[in-house]
Design a protein around this ligand. Structure first.
Ligand code: ADP
Ligand code: ZN
Ligand code: ZN
Length: 705
């Protein structure tokens, strides 16, 4: 009888299924690690990845089930790629199989060996249709590498600014393997530095990976890279691609045919056999953290991956995250500074407007302070654009009955339902519950129910009255729901067909608007008093980003302004904003964090439990806390880890489900990791004793607590 090989296979089984991380199977021939296979599990057949040879255990040989199918047409996933998945699984406390399989294109997991072979044949014969819908600039893409490098050099490139040249020279100096923070004010030309570094990687025969926080930032960046590298194959990877596109792009990267990969957080797991550069643009952006399933930080994984592959990694931001900034201070990251805007234009003048100085008046508070309204009118007369930022969509955040104090709460969530005037609905932004606005108060029948507060829809309407004749547009999650709507609206702004743009944070980031000379934050104070310790960091970064949308054309920079309407003009955050002083802001925030023992001076994990009945979730977490205490004592790290009592989060109820969370804090990352590694597997056993517990999960390095 022929000797059969034994392999350990990564299969997508969620950790709480209680199965081992890798499952053993037998196969006819020695299959290399990284090979995609299909294996039987129970009555199902699942995709899997051969992780390594299994240890010999002759006694069990008979029970070992054979691999069902080998997708041998696909080159194996590399050892580096598997090491990245292993690290992510261990760090974020998931199973290896869950991470490894969930980050593959969904289509790849479904295909049979035959289907996959056909796809690959089609790709080999015509790889160039990968960049869907773009001009056929890639038709020459598969010329030799030398020819491609020559084509790269032939494209017109701008003369580098002195700061850009200095940064690139520093990057070119060998011998410093540290991750780089490219700290550049908005409009300082960070993208040009990415482009030049990518050029260097491509010239060396390597691939470049560029991560951006949001899908709607990809088209603009894609266009810039495509224009700069007409002879190269560029693919994007994000969740808005069709399954077929995503598979094709992923395969082109995996086969080494694509030179440039641009994507959102999931692209950090792209398989890149010749990876030579990783860029994380807007590295501070919370979107790099996955918020469900395996809650990984793509930024942090990018840094780990670069070290694994021995390639440079560049984190770009005007307002770096305090974690990254702290690492710069410790000397673990290297900072390169672009302090000046291209063309020498000044950053907009910041005007903190004290709403308290407005004359008291009866009725609704003023939308725009009179001098702000005046400043906007002047812009309209000059043919310039203004951007008004209000981080709340809908017409009004809540409806209210003056007779009985009824408010439009959501019956399923601890949240108000938002009044949307356009379709006269009340919508819960958390569970989606949508109903027609009642004609009268549902409690007392009073006909006079009124909206309180203001969302973007109402602001848009009020601006129509305040600025007659002005062309006003609104960009938020509601106005851009239809495919292509966002692109069309942005195009209208770029074409100068809009005088005043109203938007949520969606418009504050990244966009290279050329005609905006005024940006105003209408009502940003809420974040000053939010319970989340990261709220001030977010607000500061959002306002700096928003300010960066103004005066991007150097000629207009001198008369650009950033307005902030506030009831707290003395707040330190606004003082730092006025001076555009990130370092002062970061220093004061870090001092507060140090005093409070918060990240980056401590390390956090958040355990969340959900049940219809909050008491069930609490009891589960309390028992888990008891278990943690025992384990920590056994591991000798009891003094290093603190487990706080379970509490409801701010949004404690969503869609009828109660959430309870428990914070775990440690001054030592290894101690925290040791405890989690012992604790979480043991918690699977606790679950059975808590009937009614729906879900529990751990979030390592949570962004919001
Ligand atoms: P950032 O990402 O730092 O906000 P960008 O990379 O978008 O800035 O650059 C701002 C603008 O300056 C862009 O329109 C870009 O094309 C232009 N730019 C960048 N570098 C140069 C340069 N060296 N010479 C001329 N224009 C440049
Ligand atoms: Zn009422
Ligand atoms: Zn709801």
């Amino acid at each position: 009888m022929e000797m059969r090989a034994r392999v350990a296979v990564a299969v997508e089984t969620p950790q709480h299924a209680g199965l081992a991380a890798l499952l053993d199977y037998s196969c006819d021939s020695e299959l290399p690690p990284g090979t995609l296979v299909r294996v039987p599990l129970g009555k199902r057949e699942l995709p899997g990845i051969i992780w390594h040879r299994a240890a010999e255990q002759p006694a069990e040989e008979a029970q070992l089930r054979p691999v069902a199918e080998v997708l041998s047409a696909l080159p194996p996933l590399s050892a580096h790629w598997r090491a990245l998945a292993d690290f992510a699984a261990a760090y974020y406390q998931r199973s290896t199989g869950e991470i490894a399989l969930s980050v593959l294109p969904p289509e790849l997991r479904r295909l049979t060996a035959l289907q996959l072979t056909r796809r690959l044949e089609r790709l080999h014969s015509a790889p160039d249709d990968a960049t869907d819908g773009r001009a056929s600039a890639e038709s020459s893409a598969k010329s030799s590498d030398k020819a491609s490098a020559a084509a790269d050099a032939a494209v017109a490139r701008p003369q580098l600014s002195a700061e850009q040249a200095a940064a690139l020279a520093a990057l070119a100096t060998p011998g410093d393997p540290r991750p780089v923070l490219l700290h550049g004010v908005t409009g300082s030309g960070k993208t040009e530095v990415y482009l030049r570094e990518a050029e260097r990687a491509l010239a060396a025969g390597r691939q470049a990976l560029v991560l951006v926080p949001e899908i709607n930032l990809t088209p603009q960046l894609e266009a810039r890279f495509a224009e700069r590298f007409p002879g190269r194959l560029l693919v994007s990877l994000h969740s808005a691609l069709t399954p077929a596109q995503r598979l094709r792009h992923w395969l082109l990267a995996h086969l080494g045919k694509a030179d440039l990969v641009l994507g959102t957080r999931l692209a950090v797991f792209a398989s890149l056999p010749r990876l030579g550069l990783i860029v994380v643009d807007e590295e501070h952006d919370p979107s790099f953290k996955q918020q469900e399933g395996a809650r990984y930080s793509a930024r942090d994984l990018a840094v780990y991956r670069a070290r694994l592959e021995g390639c440079p990694v560049m984190l770009g931001s005007a307002t770096p995250s305090l974690e990254t900034w702290h690492r710069v201070q410790e000397g673990r990251y290297r900072r390169l500074l672009l302090a000046e805007r291209i063309g020498g234009g000044a950053l907009p003048r910041v005007r903190i407007y004290d709403m308290g100085q407005l004359p008291k008046q009866s009725g609704a508070p003023l939308v725009l302070a009179p001098p702000l309204r005046q400043a906007i009118s002047e812009r309209i007369e000059r043919g310039e654009q203004s951007l008004l930022l209000l981080n709340r969509r809908g017409y009004a955040p809540v409806l209210h009955c003056g007779a009985c104090a009824w408010k439009s709460g959501c019956p399923h969530c601890s949240a108000w339902r938002v009044f949307h005037k356009a379709d006269r609905t009340l919508r819960c932004h958390h569970c989606g519950l949508t109903e027609r606005v009642p004609k009268a108060c549902p409690e007392c029948g009073n006909l006079d129910i009124a909206p309180i507060g203001r969302g973007t829809e109402k602001l848009e309407e009020q601006l129509g009255d305040l600025l007659p004749g002005a062309r006003i547009a609104r960009i938020d999650a509601d106005s851009t729901r239809l495919a292509g709507a966002l692109e069309a609206q942005l195009a209208a702004v770029h074409a100068g067909e809009v005088d005043v743009l109203v938007g949520t944070q969606m418009v504050a980031k990244g966009h290279d608007f050329r005609r905006i000379t005024l940006v105003a934050a209408i009502n940003p104070d809420g974040a000053l008093f939010a319970s989340d310790f990261r709220a001030p960091e977010r607000l500061f970064s959002l306002l700096m980003q928003a300010a960066g949308r103004a005066g991007r054309d150097a000629e207009q920079a001198a008369r650009s302004e950033m307005w902030v309407q506030t009831w707290n003009p003395q707040h330190a955050l606004y003082a730092a904003l006025r001076k555009g002083d990130f370092e002062a802001f970061a220093a004061s925030q870090l001092a507060e964090r140090r005093a409070a023992g918060l990240p980056p001076f401590s390390h956090l994990a958040l355990l969340r439990a959900e049940a219809k009945d909050a008491a069930v979730a609490t009891a589960f977490l309390e028992q888990a806390a008891g278990l943690a205490a025992e384990l920590a004592a056994g591991l000798g790290c009891a003094g290093d880890v603190t487990v706080y009592p379970p509490v409801p989060p701010t949004m404690s109820r969503v869609a009828g489900i109660e959430r309870i969370q428990m914070l775990v804090e440690s001054n030592s990352r290894p101690a925290l990791q040791r405890l989690l590694a012992a604790w979480l597997p043991a918690m699977h056993g606790l679950r059975a004793a808590h009937r009614g517990l729906l879900r529990w999960a751990v979030d390592v390095d949570p962004l919001a607590i």
